[in-house]
Design a protein around this ligand. Structure first.
Ligand code: ADP
Ligand code: MG
Length: 667
């Protein structure tokens, strides 16, 4: 038989088959990535609308969810709750499921629609089939194998049912991975598989150019190892021991906290689930309900107790409540406006504080489960190495804060919490397929890390080849008067200008009290931990305002790309340096002119007209250079013009100071 060449790589995808949402991911040499649908959507709602006459799928995903309230008895959501369960097990679920659940063979729970009885496996298979097709369209190849994730507490029957669902969908489930384990794998936790130090690192040790604009560098490797890129002569063995990880997963309808011990081996991860706790009926949906209840109560107060909410309104209200909740994860208030017809308009503003007050008991319940999980694992908080956040509801700032406070550490948030389980499944899949590990696992930082400064230059805080873990911090200030927020853009690369580097992430530090330019003291700290996760924290020290972001710098980068970036930086070193110098010259020139104009205002007629004109002429020359395009201004000439202007204004400065002193004495 000549079916397929032995060299053909096995294509194995990773699938997160969720209660609320499902996703498919693939991991190649660039690391793991989500395969979106043809409209670019990453998430597939785990919802299927069945046809009453033949029991087939009429709509899957977004469309099925959109019409859920219209067709409650045949729109199947949360089928994961029924997978591999007996009628006895799901008794308590039934009141919450709008569709009919009946008893099938051997007491199994089945879904009944019209005259048809359908197994939960068959419905899950419809979702898997959709993901399979999506993957095939994205990868341009048939997909027959998958790693599928299941909750850590799934028993054998539930796991078997998941495997069967795959088979029905035409997918061989080559491995089932616990969801928390997958999340940890996406972050490369559990100890990196030791790499041979290859040419990449050695080549870099030839030394690089450093054009950093640092004012106050304060770089040190956390473990006090020398920073320089000395290639290790023996195998580097970064964190090969196991790690103890808490995975906090707050989704739409379920909450799980798992404590696990994870170790990575040649063939993938070996995990030991030390304990799990949680609540199978606690999730983001509850917060939506809180908003719905609040709105319905207020609408009735305002327009009469008897006001009815027909299904279409309820459907709209549900969508709308979720949108409001999500808005409040990013903003501090959201306007609500509902037109109830007949000139009835309900309007109010919901603040984040109000929502947090409503949701506080809800968050507290998850914390109780965390305590229980720790007790179950017989561990103390100090024994937990990392905390990983999973599930869309962990985007709620209050949740991140509560988890951080409880575990007394910054939880991992670098990866999209909706996607992290699927990404981790694909990492495991790649390992089983024998393809790349996914992501660059190194004991040094392959490319420099920094932030954008005024004029589009990059200030590098951590330079290429720093040993992991590494930390650096630097003080910056503002350029504009009364600036109340500062955008921090985090870049990776060896070039001098942001346009030639790779944007890793952005965040804003807001709420800074207005101060004169140059006065705010912005401390920016970069920490790359042993797992290669970068946390950037910005603190305005005078006001104590603080914000942060977290990214995995090596995701989406291949070794070849790293080397190409390196070569580019050498090739452009001179041009880059000039460009960077021009940016700095322009900035300083603008500040100088601003200063001179202030002094001119102050001295008024205190200097003779001829001297005044002379200064104006210098300003005009320098201003001309500020305004010229890069290719029409020579940095040396520019610098000379500034120097001349400075020199010519020495006397002006003296007069201005004298006048100020006089003024002060008069007062
Ligand atoms: P599941 O694991 O149950 O399939 P997900 O992890 O996909 O669920 O989480 C879905 C939940 O996350 C929903 O309740 C959704 O409203 C919520 N969610 C998504 N994004 C945000 C956000 N930015 N802020 C708050 N909640 C969010
Ligand atoms: Mg989930």
């Amino acid at each position: 038989m000549t079916d397929k060449p032995a060299t053909e790589q096995e294509l194995i995808v990773g699938i997160d088959l969720g209660t609320t949402n499902s996703l498919v991911a693939y991991c190649d040499e660039k690391g793991p990535r989500i395969l979106p649908d043809d409209q670019g959507r990453a998430v597939l709602p785990s919802v299927v609308r069945l046809n009453e006459s033949d029991g087939s799928a009429e709509a899957i995903g977004h469309e099925a969810r959109a019409t859920a309230i219209e067709f409650p008895e045949r729109t199947i959501h949360s089928v994961k709750r029924l997978m591999g369960r007996g009628m006895q097990d799901v008794k308590n679920e039934l009141s919450q499921l709008p569709y009919r659940v009946v008893e099938g063979e051997q007491n199994t729970a089945r879904v009944a629609v019209g005259g048809h009885v359908i197994s939960p496996q068959a419905i899950s298979a419809m979702i898997l089939m959709e993901l399979k097709q999506r993957a095939e369209a994205a990868l341009g190849k048939p997909v027959r194998k998958a790693v599928v994730t299941v909750p850590a507490y799934f028993d054998d029957a539930q796991r078997q049912a998941t495997r069967d669902a795959g088979r029905i969908a035409g997918l061989e489930v080559v491995r089932m991975v616990n969801e928390p384990t997958a999340a940890a794998l996406a972050y490369g936790l559990g100890g990196a598989h030791p790499h041979k130090n290859d040419s990449l690192v050695k080549e870099k040790s030839a030394g690089g150019i450093s054009l950093s604009t640092k004012l106050n560098p304060e770089v040190c490797a956390e473990d006090a190892k020398p920073q320089a890129a000395v290639p290790n002569t023996q195998d580097p063995t970064p964190n090969t021991q196991s790690q103890t990880i808490a995975v906090y997963d707050l989704g739409g309808g379920t909450f799980d906290i798992s404590i696990l011990r994870l170790e990575q081996t040649e063939n993938g991860a070996v995990d030991q689930v030390l304990s799990t706790a949680g609540d199978t009926h606690l999730g983001g949906d509850d917060v939506d309900q809180m908003i719905i209840q609040l709105v319905m109560r207020e609408v009735r107060e305002q327009f009469g107790e008897k006001l009815q909410f027909p299904p279409a309104t309820q459907q709209a209200l549900r969508k709308f409540a979720e949108a409001t909740k999500i808005k409040l994860s990013n903003e501090t208030s959201a306007d609500i406006e509902i037109d109830l017809g007949d000139g009835k308009l309900y309007k109010r503003t919901l603040t984040r504080d109000e929502l947090e007050a409503l949701a506080k008991p809800w968050v507290d319940r998850t914390m109780d489960a965390c305590k229980q999980a720790l007790r179950g694992a017989k561990l103390t908080i100090e024994e937990i190495d990392r905390i990983v956040l999973v599930g869309g509801s962990t985007r709620i700032p209050m949740v991140v804060e509560a988890v951080g406070d409880f575990f007394e550490a910054e939880p991992y948030t670098a990866l999209d919490p909706d996607q992290v389980v699927a990404l981790g499944a694909s990492v495991q899949a790649a390992r089983l397929a024998g393809t790349r590990q996914g992501g660059l696992l190194l004991d040094v930082i392959p490319l420099s890390l920094g932030i954008e400064t005024m004029g589009g230059a990059v200030a590098k805080l951590i330079t290429a080849n720093s040993t992991i873990p590494a930390r650096a911090s630097e003080i910056f200030s503002t350029y504009a008067e009364g600036q109340t927020k500062i955008a921090i853009n985090v870049y990776q690369g060896e070039r001098e200008l942001v346009a030639d580097c790779r944007l890793l992430g952005s965040f804003e530090l807001t709420g800074i009290p207005p101060m004169p330019a140059g006065l705010p003291k912005l401390n920016v700290t970069f920490v790359v931990d042993a797992n290669g996760v970068l946390t950037v924290t910005a603190t305005e020290e005078r006001s104590g305002r603080r914000a942060r972001t977290q990214v995995v710098p090596n995701h989406g980068l291949t070794r070849d790309e790293v080397q190409q970036i390196e070569r580019d930086s050498f090739a452009h070193a001179k041009a880059d340096m000039d460009a960077h110098r021009l940016i700095d010259l322009r900035l300083n020139a603008k500040l100088d002119i601003r200063n001179i104009n202030k002094q001119l205002d102050r001295v008024g007629k205190g200097i003779e007209p001829g001297y005044h004109d002379e200064i104006e002429a210098h300003i005009a020359t320098v201003q001309g250079m500020i305004d010229s395009p890069d290719d029409q201004v020579d940095a040396d000439v520019f610098q000379q013009a500034m120097h001349d202007m400075d020199h010519a204004t020495i006397r002006l400065a003296e007069v201005a100071i004298a006048q100020t002193l006089k003024g002060d004495l008069k007062q």
